[in-house]
Design a protein around this ligand. Structure first.
Ligand code: SF4
Ligand code: SF3
Length: 549
């Protein structure tokens, strides 16, 4: 056996079954081992904190933050920096030990599992990692459901992290994450119990998106329908990618009036629709497309790039932009400077600013504009028009095409699907999936754009709110009776939590693609198909007929 690692958490996993030598994403086997150790330390820590919580003993804020960061760090394409991940695992064991000590102080005995007793040091981590990865659970169906829950919790953690950076915290969600990790580690849960936990994870996913929506809109205002420039200007510039709006705000403040432009990239595009960001004239537009095209686009951008979250594509060895790339939050890449926040959450971006002055301005790769800003508040503002269009038959259906983009060729399906959507059907989108069709100028239905972009993947919350608003206005008894269908593209674990959130709301007939997750065992797939009519995608023509009938 040549296997050096095992990871099957994303859509691009090798052969549709699992990466065993090196990640298709570029993750090295040794980095994967360190991530397994990090999650191992988190499991031990969560066993201790869940017992403390049972006794109503307060868990330090540092522990909640650590668990969120650790889970986010292991999301696909977030962090490739093995040394950083090792340090995080070491910290995980330290925190675990201090929580166990705290438990002992309160007369609580933490049971002896490998997760709570392992005492190896970092030079033992690679050896130990062999026993603690995904395959430690031998029962395929149980493993499948436990990993489904873990991936959902990773997605929740990412959203909680952005909310936390804006000062919005949910202790309840932190407790749920830690109690759930403890439960799936130590309890002998059967399939039925695990499926219940999958749905509960989904409902916490919904809550985390709601919290992030609250954090973003209370801080930056309600997104407004906006045209965003996708061309380039002539000045030196900095590019900001990822999901974290707080980072963008700090960077815009530090680059005010100094002759530097700022562009968004990838999942940061929706920032351009928030009223607060419109107040910065040097936020000049969006550069490029979805994450997987960053190799060519970052070369051409010429200036410094800030990665606030996933998705990072490992730069090729000769890439000219490695020295221009910076990471922050849970993101990391070896050789790229990581920018930490101070104790008040402030980040110093002066290294990027200095570098921007000596870099050439960006090379143009697009021109014109894209239309964004159709989060729930904006759609509900258009309410009467939307309802009139539905009643007059101008809008017959809505198709939710949220989720991720990816590099595989079969994702051309989504471009073809969007092109084939009839003129009386509105596409509701969020996440980086939209880059497959958001520059196609698919037209308008009256005054309503045919593609309504709500924002980032977490803004699927807005699409759900739009569906619930329609349910109320159209007097439907059940969300499944609405003229709304779901054709979701997935890639990483944020899309997993989006899917679980939809399932937890009782939404049925969701299609996910381009393939079903490798981590769903045949039996688990069967349950999801039987219980929720979960489907995948086929040929565009057939799907258009079936979904939009
Ligand atoms: Fe493979 Fe995806 Fe895991 Fe990367 S994240 S190692 S591509 S399954
Ligand atoms: Fe995209 Fe990574 Fe998932 Fe936030 S940025 S949706 S793939």
């Amino acid at each position: 056996m040549n296997e050096k690692m095992f990871c099957f958490q994303c859509q691009e996993t090798a052969k549709g079954t699992g990466c065993t030598l090196k990640g298709v994403c570029g993750k090295e086997a040794t980095t994967s081992a360190m991530m397994d150790m990090l999650l191992f330390s988190v499991r031990g820590l969560c066993i201790a904190t869940s017992m403390l919580r049972e006794k109503e003993i307060e868990i330090p804020e540092e522990v909640d933050r650590f668990v969120i960061d650790a889970l986010f760090t292991t999301i696909t394409n977030a962090n490739f920096d093995e040394q950083t991940i090792q340090h995080k695992a070491e910290k995980g064991f330290r925190l675990r030990d201090s929580m166990i000590k705290e438990a002992t102080k309160h007369g609580v005995k933490v049971p002896g599992f490998d997760e709570t007793m392992y005492s190896g040091k970092s030079d033992d981590f690679y050896k130990k990692s062999v026993d603690v990865g995904v395959l430690r659970e031998e029962r395929e169906d149980i493993r499948s459901l436990k990993e489904l829950i873990m991936y959902g919790l990773k997605g929740i953690s990412a959203y909680l992290d952005h909310a936390l950076n804006l000062g919005f915290k949910s202790r309840e969600s932190c407790a749920f994450i830690q109690n759930t990790i403890a439960a799936i580690t130590v309890k002998d849960l059967d399939m039925t119990q695990l499926i219940m936990l999958v749905l509960e994870t989904g409902s916490y996913g919904f809550k985390s998106m709601e919290l992030l929506d609250e954090a973003n809109t209370k801080t930056f205002g309600y997104p407004e329908a906006s045209y965003v420039n996708i061309g380039t200007m002539k000045r030196h510039a900095i590019l900001v990618s990822g999901h974290d709006l707080k980072d963008l705000e700090m960077l815009l403040e530090q680059t005010k009036g100094i002759g530097i432009d700022v562009y968004t990239h990838g999942e940061m595009l929706p920032a351009n629709a928030y009223p607060l960001f419109k107040k910065y004239p040097h936020l000049v537009g969006n550069y490029g497309n979805a994450w997987w095209r960053q190799k060519e686009e970052f070369e051409k951008f010429n200036g410094p790039i800030l990665m606030t979250t996933n998705c990072i594509v490992p730069p090729p060895p000769k890439a000219n932009y490695v020295k221009r790339m910076f990471t922050t939050n849970s993101a990391g890449y070896p050789g790229c400077k990581h920018i930490e926040a101070d104790e008040k959450g402030w980040k110093d971006f002066s290294d990027l600013i200095r570098l921007a002055y000596i870099c050439e301005p960006p090379e143009p790769i697009d021109e014109g504009t894209v239309t964004i800003g159709f989060a729930h508040h904006q759609i509900i503002k258009l309410g009467d028009e939307v309802l009139k269009a539905i009643k007059s038959g101008k809008i017959r259906k809505f198709v939710v095409m949220a989720g991720c983009d990816g590099r595989m060729k079969d994702r051309e399906y989504y471009t073809e699907f969007a092109k084939a959507v009839p003129d009386d059907v509105v596409i509701l989108t969020a996440g980086c999936a939209k880059y497959r069709y958001n520059k196609l100028n698919l037209g308008m239905i009256g005054d309503i754009p045919k593609v309504l972009d709500a924002g980032q993947c977490n803004d699927t919350y807005s699409l759900i709110m739009t569906a619930l608003w329609l349910k109320q206005k159209l007097g439907a008894d059940d969300i499944n009776d609405l003229p709304v269908v779901f054709n979701i593209a997935w890639y990483e674990q944020k899309a997993v939590i989006v899917l679980l959130a939809l399932l937890s709301l009782g939404i049925k007939n969701i299609h996910i693609g381009p393939t079903l997750p490798a981590f769903l065992s045949p039996n688990v797939r069967k349950v999801l198909v039987e219980k929720f009519n979960l489907g995948t995608i086929n040929k565009v023509d057939d799907d258009i007929k079936e979904m939009l009938a």
